[in-house]
Design a protein around this ligand. Structure first.
Ligand code: FAD
Length: 389
């Protein structure tokens, strides 16, 4: 069977079976075995009339699967993976399989993957550290490209870093050189590219404010461009990339010379605060704060502060709505932080969506405001998102 399909590995055969199971209904194709033909006669059919159109459709489908695979393999080689479970690649530890998965370690590999997917008509998703992501239980029908470009080059107090570089590792490397600026972000998981995409930050600071310029590829992989930070329109948990997709390849960040002991102390302090207040995602899988804080002009009813001075934390509203400890299936609101959902055991994306819907409902009914998700969702949504309990 492997040779007749021209496929090279059991994993790929698995993909093929799965495609058939989900797209061809049992009985659509004519039975080709003697036993099958006897069974059909026994079922009272005078003659087995093969539905030719269905057979042709199946052949066409197999051919197109094979041609997509051949294209991808030719361009990306043996590191291309089929049916890769995405829960291995998210800090939530949730998510079904990606049809295809490739970790690109250079800009050339990454743009080649984008171009090939475009030529094959495959949807592409660009993955960083998977720490701000909820992936559908059904996974993703297309190619997931993980940005694994981890280049690092210092130029005085500036650093040129690959977008796939781990953010905390970058902070440590800067610390080792006595370069200050990024300490506030110690403990934010994920890659530099993911941080720039959502302008990650905390304590009123964000990565966009340290950015001089970035280099990105267009989604079809055809062009690579370098643009100044202003082009990206960094704002609170936001950048232009959310509306005009580009794939970040690298960034140039401006740091400042600092006292190594003070830099070290600040990093340790930030990590300690997180250890106490936040879940450790390797033990209690999570994607961090689930909802964004409120817009600057939104004011807590009866609060003293004037609008625009600071954002009201989503966690504060969720707390007042009694959300801590709420649970749907394996998804639970963290006991120490009402804006964090943790996977306490075999949570599904459907569990998380149902729990988040309940949290939003409570806030809407109590405060008349609609919370906006900070965590991104990948894949199809289940039909029913109502809370089970
Ligand atoms: C325990 C915990 C604490 C957290 N604390 C904070 C916090 O304090 N502040 C904060 O802002 N966030 C926080 N987060 C959320 C998350 O860590 C950040 O948003 C992080 O920057 C996401 O980076 P990532 O590489 O994991 O992105 P991913 O989750 O992989 O991707 C997120 C989005 O970015 C896009 N993307 C990724 N890489 C690129 C690229 N190279 N080019 C273009 N698009 C790209 C993806 O397509 C996706 O749409 C926390 C998460 C956890 C689990």
């Amino acid at each position: 069977m492997i040779s007749s399909l021209g496929m090279g590995s059991p994993g790929l055969l698995g993909t093929c079976r799965w495609r058939r199971a989900t797209t061809i209904a049992p009985g659509d194709a004519p039975s080709t075995t003697a036993r099958g033909r006897r069974a059909a006669r026994g079922a009272g059919r005078a003659r087995v009339d093969p539905p030719r159109a269905m057979g042709e459709r199946r052949r066409a489908m197999l051919q197109s699967t094979r041609s997509v695979e051949e294209r991808l393999r030719r361009a990306l080689g043996d590191r291309l993976r089929a049916r890769e479970p995405l829960h291995h690649h998210t800090t939530f530890r949730i998510g079904g399989p990606a049809d295809w998965f490739f970790a690109a370690t250079t800009a050339d590999e990454l743009t080649r993957a984008l171009r090939t997917a475009r030529e094959a008509g495959l949807p592409v998703f660009l993955l960083g550290g998977g720490s701000n992501l909820l992936v559908s239980d059904a996974g993703f029908r297309g190619l997931v490209v993980r940005n694994a470009i981890e280049t690092l080059e210092f130029d005085g107090a500036a650093v040129h870093v690959g977008a796939g570089h781990d953010l905390l590792e970058l902070i440590y490397r800067c610390r080792d050189r006595g370069l200050a600026g990024l300490e506030f972000a110690a403990g934010i998981p994920g890659s530099v590219g993911g941080a720039l995409y959502g302008n990650a930050g905390c304590y009123g600071r964000d990565i966009g404010s340290l950015t001089i310029e970035c280099t990105h590829a267009t989604p079809d992989g055809a062009a690579v461009e370098t643009r100044p930070a202003s082009w990206y329109r960094f704002a609170y948990r936001d950048s232009r990339l959310k509306r005009e997709p580009r794939v970040l390849l690298s960034a140039l960040l401006q740091l400042a010379r600092g006292d190594p002991a003070a830099i070290r102390a600040e990093i340790e302090e930030k990590l300690e605060i997180r250890r106490v207040k936040h879940p450790q995602w390797r033990i209690e899988p999570t994607a961090g704060s689930y909802f964004k804080n409120l817009p600057p002009d939104w004011q807590m009813p009866g609060a003293k502060h004037s609008p625009g001075t600071r954002r009201v934390a989503a966690g504060q509203l969720l707390d007042e709505c009694g959300c801590r400890g709420l649970r749907v299936g394996g998804a639970m609101v963290y006991e120490k932080h009402a804006n964090i959902i943790v996977n306490v055991g075999h949570a599904t994306a459907a569990d998380v969506l149902a729990l988040a819907a309940e949290m939003k409902r409570r806030v809407r009914e109590r405060f008349g405001v609609e919370l906006e998700e900070e965590v991104m969702y990948l894949g199809e949504r289940p039909g029913d998102e109502r809370p089970r309990a």
